[in-house]
Design a protein around this ligand. Sequence first.
Ligand code: MN
Length: 497
Amino acid sequence: MLINFKQFEVWFVTGSQHLYGPETLKQVAQDSKKIVDGLNQSGKLPIRLICKPTAKTPDEISAVCRDASASDRCIGVIFWCHTFSPAKMWINGLRTLTKPYLHLHTQFNRDIPWDRIDMDFMNLNQSAHGDREFGFICTRLRQNRKVVVGHWQEASVQEEVGSWQRVAAALQDLKTMKIARFGDNMREVAVTEGDKVEAQIRMGVAVNGYGVGDLVKHIDAVSDASARKLCEQYDSLYEMAKELSPGGARREGLMYSAKVELGMRRFLKEGGFKAFTTTFENLYGLKQLPGMAVQRLMNDGYGFGAEGDWKHAAMVRCLKVMGAGLKGGCSFMEDYTYHLDPAGAVVLGAHMLEICPSIADEKPSCEVHPLGIGGKEDPIRLTFAAGAGKALNATLIDMGNRFRMIVNEVDVIKARPLPKLPVARVLWKPQPDLQTAAAAWIYAGGAHHTAFSQAVTSEQLEVLADMLNIECIFIDAHTELRRFRQELRWNAAYYGA
Ligand code: MN
């Protein structure tokens, strides 16, 4: 259910004007088509580009912006000016455009043809100043957009365009995202709360609560036969604990976990939900806290947040869409406990149960252990460690007058065996180091929950924050605490507290 990028398109609109005569405009249209074909064939763009007719007048510009806004398939627009295109012509169009846009500051030819260059060439190839006129009006309109600079045949330029397309797809997904909250918030917890009305206005995401009893009805309706069939799938996918294996003493518990998965799956599918939350304080009628069920639903692309954390459920889903099809997974995450060795301080990330197996670099084992809180039957869970490599943690908090996203780049290191720890986990060194990163995170008010991704880049989250017009701050290799605290103060002034 993750996402089908084939349902989407990105439009490519070239700006020009009538000043240069039909021959030049014919060439502009041909060159634009070549650029679009080249980008589509590069293999670097996950979403197909559609070449639109050259925009030469205010009416043509307004029409294409209106059509892009109205199209269900179009998730974003790429603008480029082959020639000069007087930017007052763009005001009305850009003001009505409701899709995100990328300004591709390229030119058709890579090199100056030193021997042949003449005034015809100069009339045709004006991106260097035409795109600056276009850029002025975008800035004058206070519009967020992504600017990509370089020749369109450069792999790095193509990758930047592709990476932006993924964010545009995630934005489109977010705009239509329904989140089911089973139960409400964990009592008295602050950071998982927030303004759901503002979230829907700002991001499109619709968050609504459901009684656990509604879910229990779906779970109780699952037949033994279908639960048994799913358990057989588990047997083939995971290292099964002996007691959970066929004929094992606790196979019944596994059967119940399978019913929870099937019931939840049905509930989410029927309601068209892309993400959900649970809370261990509200499990009325459920025999176990959903562990493996949540893990497997996340693995299929659902966003998830524990303890009613709808913001991180949205973030997990969003990052999953952005990274769809790429190497590396994405999970709901929590900074759990520290290793404060000055020679290499690291974070052990985990949750009570709900870590997504998409980040595992080993075959997960399926186990059952007591939880210690919640007062229910011992929950079934998948345990595993994540592989080493680059990753990031992203959080979204509600500052009262705005949403703030905080992104910390981390290096995952291979965990030593933890034979007594019955949960999935990740060990990471935050950039630039744990002391700076944790202090910065805490000064910024970052949540204890995050969306963890091995596939998404912090640059993509910067683009997303721009598209949503929300605050975004980064903790990375360059972070220096004194400067970071100043940045928080500057942002406070910018956002009015
Ligand atoms: Mn938690």
